[in-house]
Design a protein around this ligand. Structure first.
Ligand code: SF4
Length: 508
């Protein structure tokens, strides 16, 4: 029988969440490094370069890998001989740890959780509550797995109740392209097979928390049906050519993880959950001797990759930008932006749409004429920072506002991540505007290009307020040009056609 003290539990959870906010797991880094070596698509390689450079900078600066610091998911295996010296429930101890981690004065993390999700959607301010899964197991230790799951990748979770004779690989291959790039590939695909609908989802989520090891499996060969499936799906998904950030390339997934469970003879439940470029999870054990010993990553774990800008990129002055300048940009081209950029995401767009509908003016100081809008909700700054990590959010959510913004505000372009829908692309083409993408999962690197940040409207929306950013050489790629050409369509198609003919260099 062992006894776990409340403070040991809370402190361990808080310390672990702080570490994963700025540290990629070592196995994930090695797989990303290998993908970087193999990648032959210039746009995808540039994106992976930014993700790796960002990762190293975050570890050195102890600042979040991504502005979306995630919803906390906890899996606990509680030994049946464990006793507690605690006043709080197990879930409340975890929430106390989340609160402490997300409000840490040296590295505050973005609070993204809203209560009353179908109503007021009020931010809980400290990222609580976590989603907690408890299992009682034989033994006298407590095993904890914590993950901080980004909203962009969680939104792409899918479930299918297939017929037992259906081909689940075909379902996966149909599903992955339909996810778009909002899950910020390259990442990991987790599959849960069997059980019931909710069990399959849980298996898919839990599968993502195992180490990346597909290269070892490739080397030794499969010995089980699940291992065969992992290899088949890994090869076939990468052959789709989706690539990093959906720009077209050789690596879409770094691994495919699968867990299964017996199911009803009439059923074949299959759940799919992707993990993104900001894969964050950590495992620790409490045995009653004090707080957990947490992994201590070393700088040598990071591949020696640096990002020093793109020498062939077009430099753009945002303060003199005209429609004719935008018309010269071509889908796939890299730009380095300098000057004033206005921000806005879901809530700000809703407010703007309401003002326009009521024939009311936009707030003083908000003028989108010949400007670009950046879809972002930054982390609060600390110390000498002007803004915390500030990577792009998924642009697709703003599609329903795009035509209104282009028609009514003088806006001539947008910056976000992932693809746009057909109506948004048609509107972009009609208004001779452009849509640009920054790299999702490279938020700290992007923030280094922001030289000043000032809230100019809707301050009460917190990270969703409208800011004016002064940026210098902010790297973006033209995703949709004035002709409506989309890199998220053209890139994967081109690389899908090429993957069959490209000799892939494997790492020793
Ligand atoms: S990498 Fe992309 S999906 Fe992941 S947390 Fe960041 S923005 Fe969200």
């Amino acid at each position: 029988m062992i006894t776990i003290r409340q403070e040991d539990m809370i402190g361990s959870v808080a310390d672990a969440l702080q570490i994963i906010s700025y540290t990629h797991p070592g196995d994930h880094l090695r797989a990303l490094g290998d993908a970087w070596q193999r990648e032959q698509s210039p746009a995808a390689r540039d994106a992976i370069t930014q993700i790796l450079a960002n990762s190293r900078m975050c570890f050195e600066g102890k600042r979040p890998i991504c502005q979306d610091t995630g919803i906390v998911v906890a899996f606990l295996k509680i030994g049946m001989n464990v006793r507690w010296d605690a006043q709080l429930s197990v879930e409340d101890m975890i929430n106390a740890g989340v609160r402490r981690a997300y409000t840490h004065p040296d590295n505050p993390l973005r609070a993204s959780i809203v209560a009353d999700p179908a109503g007021m959607r009020c931010n809980t301010q400290d990222n609580t509550p976590a989603v907690v899964h408890l299992t009682l197991v034989p033994g006298d230790t407590l095993e904890v797995i914590l993950a901080a799951k980004g909203g962009g990748s969680e939104n792409k979770a899918r479930l299918a109740m297939l017929n037992p004779t259906d081909n689940l690989v075909d379902w996966v291959l149909d599903t992955i392209p339909s996810l778009g790039a909002g899950w910020c590939p390259p990442g990991i695909i987790g599959l849960g097979i069997g059980g019931t609908a909710e069990k399959a989802m849980l298996l898919a989520k839990e599968s993502l928390l195992a180490p990346v090891n597909i290269q070892a499996l490739q080397a030794r060969g499969p010995t089980t049906r699940l291992e065969e499936l992992r290899l088949e799906i890994y090869d076939k998904v990468n052959a789709l050519g989706i690539g990093a950030q959906g720009l077209g390339g050789l690596t879409t997934v770094l691994d495919v993880k699968i867990l299964d469970y017996p199911t009803h003879a009439a059923s074949l439940p299959v759940a799919l959950i992707p993990n993104c470029a900001a894969t964050r999870h950590i495992h620790f054990t409490l045995n009653g001797s004090g707080p957990a010993t947490l992994p201590a990553p070393k700088l040598e774990d990071w591949p020696p990759v640096t990002w020093s800008g793109n020498l062939t990129a077009r430099h753009v002055n945002l303060d003199t930008l005209q429609r004719d300048d935008v018309a010269a940009w071509r889908s796939g081209e890299t730009l380095l932006l300098s000057g004033t950029l206005l921000t806005g995401r879901d809530a700000a767009h809703r407010r703007i749409a309401d003002l326009i509908a009521n024939d009311e003016p936009l707030p003083a100081g908000v003028d989108f004429t010949n400007r670009l809008i950046y879809y972002v909700g930054p982390v609060s700054p600390v110390r000498s920072e002007v803004v915390g990590p500030a990577g792009p959010t998924t642009a697709t959510r703003m599609d329903k506002f795009t035509d209104l913004m282009l028609r009514k505000t003088g806006l001539i372009g947008m910056i976000g991540k992932a693809e746009r829908g057909p109506e948004a692309i048609a509107s972009i083409k009609r208004h001779r505007a452009a849509y640009l993408v920054a790299v999702g999962g490279a938020a700290y690197l992007v923030a280094k290009a922001i030289k000043s940040a000032k809230v100019i409207a809707f301050e009460e929306l917190g990270m969703e307020a409208i800011y004016a950013f002064q940026v210098e050489d902010m790297p973006v790629t033209v995703a949709v040009d004035v002709h409506g050409n989309s890199i998220h369509t053209m890139g994967p198609l081109a690389w899908q056609q090429r993957t069959g003919t490209i000799p892939v260099v494997t790492q020793p």
